[in-house]
Ligand binder design. Sequence first.
Ligand code: SIN
Length: 286
Amino acid sequence: MSLKLRKLSYALGAEVCAIDVSQPMSEQSFGEIYRAFLDNNILLFRNQDITRSQHIEFSRRFGELDRHEALPRDRHPQYPELLMVTNEPKPDGSPSDTKYTGRQWHSDMSFTTAPSLGSLLKSYSVPEVGGDTLFANMYLAYEALSDGMKKMIAGLHGVHQSGTRKLANDNTGIARQEEQKKLNPPVAQPVVRVHPETGRKALYIGEKVSRFDGMTEEESKPLIGYLVGHATRPEFVYRHQWCKDDILVWDNRCTMHQALGDFDETQLRHMERTTVLGTPSGYVVT
Ligand code: SIN
């Protein structure tokens, strides 16, 4: 197979054209996809009207899948490999636990000691307009820093905390946040990570970072704010406008992302995500 790729933006991302990911794929063909994934950091597959099992099966080509023990409320009831990201109310009419998932700059599972390699998000229902997702290229962000700043952050570890900042104004959201915090104590991760496969350095920061290990929040906040602002400059960012049946796979080791709430919340936005396990990184902060 020779992949037909179309660049999505200058900073990152490529669409893989004319492919059905549910069809049998040789090792060699998948190797081409994986190479394109490492080169472009995000791959888009459009029009993938596939079943949940097929989504899981394709995701397994990228590596072992997380069963989302760290986020038990957010899993699909029949498929623990699928994390729900939906604003669809629960059958009893109460708000969805995951309606605000991802509404801050983050890299998936950074608050665990084995943060994710990559994630594959499939869209089932998208609002008429908006509900986009932003992605930042953290290689480019690191490379654009001055030598002085690179030296300053070289030994720093950011303390990552689980839980979404924006909560539903009801007990469900608060209960979820408390449960997540209990299950996932804060984890310190290097601010500069070397990608285990490409060997390139990338910034590893985001809005789940409350402080640097060994420093107070007050001391840390200005630099965290600077680094997040720097990494999310428009030239490092791709904005994805979802269509139904898109599958987007991103490399969590060299990108961060944010789901936008720029849509009519009475319209359904329903996504499901598999999360590929990564290699150990970071340590629990007591
Ligand atoms: C996520 O952070 O995994 C969800 C992103 C999105 O809903 O666009």
